[in-house]
Design a protein around this ligand. Structure first.
Ligand code: ADP
Ligand code: MG
Length: 290
């Protein structure tokens, strides 16, 4: 098969591993920078112009689209879809996954456990917003943050009020969320491919840090998911329409609570923690579907 990996940087671990896994299984694989694709839209077959020529035969694409290029990256993925090319992540599910609020609405409709969350149009009644999630301590998240940046823990009512007011004053969109204390600064990442969990890890934030992101110094270890956690991860990926997903959950006293569903989950942390060949699982998924 002809497989294209949509990635800005072929030296990134995840990109390299996918190339390696595809080659090992006898495929022809190429890394394409989505920002260097020009999309040709006309009455006939929609095509893609890349580095001075029309992009050749493609059977499947693996989008590895960073948060900063969601808009253009999604357009490129859609262009492949228009041509009937199989993609591990559709443009629509990619776009949805990048909007924390929309994702939570979708997950809520699927009846998945979530931390109670409130979104308002810069309400002046900050006290009421805080009361909705049960008061401080609480979490405030910028809607477009990633890698733990833009996630704030407000420990007191006063801190919560001033942080929310400050974001409102800047017209920055935030969600306010109940703080799940019993998660103990850890979360679970379940890597779902084609409706199955192919690997899972627990990430523990460094001492004194409530955010468990590896980018913030969190440490990953192998974890065996409970049946409930596994079912929640699979259901979340399905609700989001993602064939490849990194589902993040908090372990709470009322069961797993979904935090977010990643559409370009990194392979480095999960392969290191589990010792599994996740890249191969993704290539095999393509083989089954295209
Ligand atoms: P990002 O997209 O920046 O990774 P997340 O919503 O995943 O944002 O939050 C980052 C980290 O902060 C999570 O991995 C988790 O460890 C912690 N966290 C987020 N929300 C909560 C919450 N409601 N209660 C407790 N911890 C949380
Ligand atoms: Mg996260």
């Amino acid at each position: 098969m002809n497989i294209k990996i949509l990635s800005r940087n072929s030296s990134l671990y995840s990109t390299r591993r996918l190339v390696e896994a595809a080659k090992k299984r006898g495929h022809h694989v190429e890394v394409i920078d989505p920002l260097k694709c020009d999309l040709i839209i006309e009455k006939k077959k929609p095509s893609i112009f890349y580095k001075g020529k029309i992009l050749g035969e493609t059977d499947a694409v693996i989008p590895r689209i960073g948060a900063s290029i969601t808009f253009y990256g999604t357009a490129v993925v859609r262009q492949f879809e228009m041509n009937g090319v199989f993609t591990t992540t559709t443009g629509q599910s990619l776009m949805r996954s990048r909007d924390k609020l929309r994702s939570l609405q979708i997950l809520s409709r699927a009846r998945l456990g979530l931390p109670k969350t409130i979104f308002t149009n810069y309400s002046k009644d900050v006290g009421e917003v805080i009361a909705h999630v049960g008061g401080a301590p609480l979490i405030i998240k910028l809607l477009e943050g990633t890698q733990g940046l833009g996630v704030v823990l407000a420990e007191t009512q006063n801190a919560a009020e001033s942080v929310i007011e400050a974001f409102n004053g800047l017209q920055a969109r935030v969600i306010v969320q109940e703080f799940i204390k019993e998660a103990g600064g850890a979360d679970i990442r379940a890597f779902v491919v084609d409706g199955q969990v192919v690997g899972a890890m627990k990430r523990q934030g460094k001492e004194g840090e409530f955010r468990s992101n590896l980018h913030r110094g969190g440490i990953a270890s192998l974890i065996e998911l409970s049946d409930e956690e596994e079912a929640a991860a699979i259901k979340a990926a399905k609700a989001m329409g993602l064939g490849v997903a990194g589902v993040d959950m908090l372990q709470s006293s009322r069961g797993p609570l979904i935090l977010e569903v990643n559409s370009s989950p990194g392979l480095e942390g999960i392969e290191a923690a589990t010792g599994k060949d996740i890249a191969k699982s993704i290539i095999r998924y393509i083989e089954r579907h295209s």
